[in-house]
Write a protein that binds this ligand. Structure first.
Ligand code: PLP
Length: 367
């Protein structure tokens, strides 16, 4: 969609990356790290200072005590973190539970490791799941469940009750809980992110996948991490070593300054994105979209059935080529295209003027 948007000269509210400047302190730290010659291979599982800074942040934020020597692996973004974790833990034919709609990488990730996807539906309008359906998805073949909260694409933040049920079932069926927490600090209206690792009995069976991309607005840096118990980390590090060797050394060095930010940095993030969310909600609602109000992450899922297009693909093509506005067709997030044909996702990690330009184009087009 980004390629189509560029070709058509469309305002790009498709792919989730900021179009505003990255924090100045981080850019300076990266430039200094290069000048100071932090330019050679890092230790494959991450420079010690960054692993210590990650441990510091989890202690400060969630009272989780991670051993930087044995429980943290620095990787090339959450993308590598997820695939390295799955390759390290899932064998051919093992079942892995995924909530649908899902972040689109989870499916190819599972194909790469031979995992069998077991889907559990997140149902509109609040994108919650049926506890009985989840219970039925677990069996002796279940190796893991992947959860992404705050959620892309729905904006849902899983409730404490939902997370407790997931934790309970993981323990009952001896399964891992792999949690993609990349939007942990992007929450609204008092919503609170709870890492599953903090729940009783989950310290050893939760694997946290996270990265600098969204929290620090540096999606192109490709610096992420996986936090897991030592035996899991041992396997994940082996896969990581042969996949990528390591994330860029100077960017890891700069990452130390990021992970040592005070709590106010993260509070500010939620407030800033909350304003952008409300701006885009107003724009889309005025243009006739039915919007699902997100409690977290930086996307708005919309229902387009009122516009009378045959499906999401045709709608988005019209949006890009005629309105000059790009979004992601809902079917990207579903196992079967027909399940997503009434949905389109917009992102709001953009400058207020970019969002305003999208509004002007929608007004002019009168969909
Ligand atoms: N996980 C989710 C849920 C995402 O939405 C994204 C990016 O949009 C990623 C992972 C990719 O993260 P990274 O840039 O750290 O590889």
């Amino acid at each position: 969609m980004t390629r189509l948007a560029v070709a058509a000269g469309a305002v790009n509210l498709a792919q989730g990356f900021p179009d505003f400047a990255a924090p100045a302190f981080l850019k300076e730290a990266a430039a200094e790290a290069i000048a100071a010659d932090h330019n050679q291979y890092p230790i494959t599982w991450g420079i010690p200072a960054l692993r210590e800074a990650i441990a510091y942040k989890y202690r400060q934020t969630y009272a989780i005590d991670l051993d930087p020597q044995r429980e943290i692996t620095v990787v090339c973004g959450a993308t590598e973190g997820m695939v390295a974790t799955l390759l390290a833990t899932v064998n051919d034919g093992d079942e892995v539970i995924v909530f649908e709609p899902y972040y689109e990488n989870y499916h190819p990730d599972l194909q790469l490791c031979g995992g069998v996807r077991k889907l559990v539906t997140l149902r509109p309008p609040d994108w919650s799941f049926d506890p009985e359906e989840l219970r039925r998805a677990f069996s002796s073949r279940t190796k893991a469940i992947i959860i992404n909260t705050p959620n892309n694409p729905t904006g849902r933040v899983f409730s404490p009750e939902e997370l407790s049920l997931i934790a309970e079932l993981c323990q009952e069926y001896d399964a891992l809980c792999i949690t993609d927490e990349i939007y942990e600090h992007i929450v609204y209206d008092g919503a609170k992110h709870i890492p599953v690792m903090t729940l009783p009995g989950m310290r050893e069976r939760a694997v946290i996948v996270n990265s600098m991309s969204k929290t620090y607005s540096v999606t192109g840096w490709r610096v992420g991490w996986v936090a897991a118990a030592p035996d899991l980390t041992d396997s994940i590090r082996k896969v990581h070593d042969f996949l990528t060797v390591g994330a860029a050394t100077p960017l890891q060095t700069a990452g130390v300054a990021a992970l040592r930010q005070p709590a106010s940095f993260y509070e500010h993030l939620g407030v800033e994105y909350g304003v952008r969310r409300d701006q885009l909600l107003d724009i889309l609602t005025a243009a006739g979209f039915s919007c699902f109000r997100p409690a977290g992450a930086y996307y708005i899922m919309t229902d387009i059935s009122g516009f009378g297009f045959p499906d999401d693909m045709q709608f988005v093509r019209h949006l890009i080529n005629t309105v000059k506005l790009a979004a992601v067709p809902g079917s990207s997030f579903f196992s079967r295209p027909e399940l997503g044909k009434n949905y389109v996702r917009f992102c709001f990690c953009k400058k207020p003027e970019t969002l305003a330009a999208a509004g002007e184009r929608l007004r002019a087009a009168n969909l």
